[in-house]
Design a protein around this ligand. Sequence first.
Ligand code: ZN
Length: 311
Amino acid sequence: MRNHLSAKLTFVAAKSLCATNDKVSATIINFCIVKLFLLRCAFAASCTNTLENAMSSSHIQPRATTNHQTNHPQNGNHSHSAPRPTNELLASLPQSEYSLLQPHLRPFDMKLGHVLHHPGEHLNHVYFVANGMFSLVLTSKQGIEVEVGMIGREGVAGASAVLTGTPTMSIIMVQIHGSALVLPGEVFRQEFKKGGVFQDKVLSHIQGISTMNAQAALCNRLHLVEQRLARWLLLVHDRVGDNYLELTQEFIAGMLGTRRAGVTEAACGLRDAGLIEYTRGSIEILDRAGLEKIACECYEIMGNQFSYAVS
Ligand SMILES: [Zn+2]
C-alpha cells in the first residue's frame, strides 16, 4: 500500500509540474499513469496471493521440471555453491528464492544501441543487468528523445511491461554496453506472484523507476544544463561503476532533452573546474565529490531510489 500511495503522490506531483507547454511532459505524465497502473495491479496481485495462501496452501504447485532445469546442475542442493550474481537485485535475494530463478537465467550480451522494446510492443523477457546500462526513452512526434529513467546493475529491465502484460510507451535501449541475465517473462510473473523478498525488491525497483520518471520532468524543466549533466553523470556512474564512460555529446544532449551546444558548454564548464576530462566520444569522471556539489537536488532524490532498490 505504501508503494501504491507513494506512486500516486509522485504522479500528482509530476502532473502539476508539467501542466503547461512542454511537449515531452505530456508523454511523461502518460508514462507515470502506466506505472501507477502497474503498482495497483501488483498490489492487487499481492493481496490475491495472500488470500490464496490462506485458503489453501495446496494451490501453490511445485514447478514442473523443465529442460533448462534438467540441464542445469546448479539447481537444488548444488545451488549453495553457485557464485552470487553481479546484479544487485538478484544478489539481495535469499538463496531459497534465488535458486528458483537461477536455472532459468541465461547470459545476454548488451550491445550498444540495441533496442529491447519499442513503444506498443510486448516484452516476453526481463533483463537483470550485470554491468552496463539500459535507458528508458520517450520520443515526441517530432522525434525528440528524452531519457526518463535508467536501469543498471541495481535493477531489471522490462519488469513493468512483463508484469502487466501490456505494452508501454517507452523505448528500452542499451546506452552503456555490458551484459545481463535474461529471464523468461512467464517465470518472472510466476515467482513475483509468490510474494516474498523477490516481490518486495521488484516493487521497490519499479517504484524507483516511477520516481525517476517524475523527477526527470521537474529536472528538465527547472534546472540548468550544467546541473543536469552533473546529475546524469553521477547516476550513470552509480549504475556502471566505471569512471570512464563512452558517451558522445550528441547522445548526452538527447538523454537530457537539450541542445548539443548546451551540453558542450556545460561539459567545458565541468572540465575547466577539474571535475571531468572530456574527449571526443568519452568522458572520464575525475572528481565525483565535486560533481555532487554541482548537481541539482534531483541527484539525491534519484540516487536514493537506487539505494532503496539495492538495500
Ligand atoms: Zn534536476
